[in-house]
Write a protein that binds this ligand. Structure first.
Ligand code: HSE
Length: 307
């Protein structure tokens, strides 16, 4: 049996404008690795090292550790684990840093324990980790980080994988500031107007229907956000300028990625995506905001063991 595995886990874009807390996709880039090793300390999970981010290493407050421990306990604590985390998805970036940690940890533990759980069965354990970050138990980052692809998470029941719209090329802009998920959720209203809720449901329905029809254009057109972005835009420096630059350079649609501050922009091909990335880089340089840009497509595979 393996005593050590390396796992890769993808970044994710949650909400995708139409599906607050219920829709998300996995990205081909960025992604990150963790190495998980079995130890003899039964029931104990230790973070041995963290590279690329200053994370809490305590086993009760580190997301990967909490997710790993949750699954380990459910399996009867036959051993312990130590983890080396290589964080290339920045915490507080809005592209599922905590979800990648949680998903990677449960995939590794499942493999090392030879537990044979399927992705659906791993989800609740990954959520035990993820909920530390946002204070809420929503799967729109964790489910795509585990399953890959484009995933719809209904209020009750298991996530559903949706057909991925053809040819979507995403550009993710991450201004180098941190927005805590809990703060970003705090900016949202308790109640929304019924007329907005009705329209939002309509857009979500149109999006899902377009995915199943294989109509990428209609799926792109349907990505309207009436409920969330209007309240969160203020947390993202120069959101209006970013939006204008992205559309002018050829983005078909876009919005806030998860709880921000990253934004995502969808282009029809890699040439347009490069033009959008270039325009956003220039826009951020003009505003004097350091940033990271990622060009990606939707990753078919979620967190998985790599050699
Ligand atoms: N759906 C979540 C939110 C994603 O927008 O707050 C961030 O974890």
């Amino acid at each position: 049996m393996n005593r050590e595995v390396t796992v890769w886990a993808p970044a994710t874009v949650a909400n995708l404008n139409v599906g607050f807390d219920s829709l998300g996709c996995a990205l081909t880039n960025p992604g990150e690795k963790m190495i998980v090793r079995m130890t003899n300390a039964k029931g104990e999970v230790r973070i041995r090292s963290v590279h690329g981010a200053a994370l809490d290493m305590s086993s009760d407050r580190n997301i990967a550790a909490v997710a790993a421990k949750s699954l380990l306990h459910a399996m009867g604590d036959p051993c312990g684990f130590e983890l080396d985390l290589y964080k290339s998805i920045k915490p507080g970036s809005g592209i599922g840093s905590s979800a990648a940690s949680a998903a990677g940890a449960v995939v590794a533990v499942n493999e090392l324990l030879n537990a044979g759980l399927c992705r659906e069965e791993l989800l609740p354990f990954a959520l035990d980790g993820e909920q530390l970050a946002s204070g809420a138990r929503h799967s729109d980052n964790v489910a795509p980080a585990l399953f890959g692809g484009l995933v719809l998470c209904p209020p009750v029941g298991m996530p559903l994988s949706l057909p991925v719209p053809d040819g979507w090329h995403l550009v993710v802009l991450h201004p180098q500031i941190e927005v805590r998920t809990a703060d970003s959720r705090g900016a949202l209203p308790e109640v929304v107007p019924l007329s907005d809720a009705v329209k939002q449901v309509g857009w979500m329905g149109a999006f899902v229907a377009a995915c199943f029809r294989g109509d990428a254009e209609q799926a792109t057109f349907a990505l309207e956000d009436l409920l969330v972005a209007p309240h969160r835009q203020k947390l993202i420096p120069h959101f209006e300028e970013i939006k204008q630059a992205a559309f002018k350079a050829g983005a078909r649609t876009g919005g806030i990625s998860g709880s921000g501050p990253s934004t995502f922009w969808i282009a029809k091909d890699s040439k347009d995506a490069k033009a959008v990335a270039h325009a956003l880089e220039e826009c951020m340089a003009q505003m004097n905001v350091p940033c990271q840009l990622h060009e990606a497509q939707i990753a078919a595979q979620g967190a998985h063991i790599i050699p």
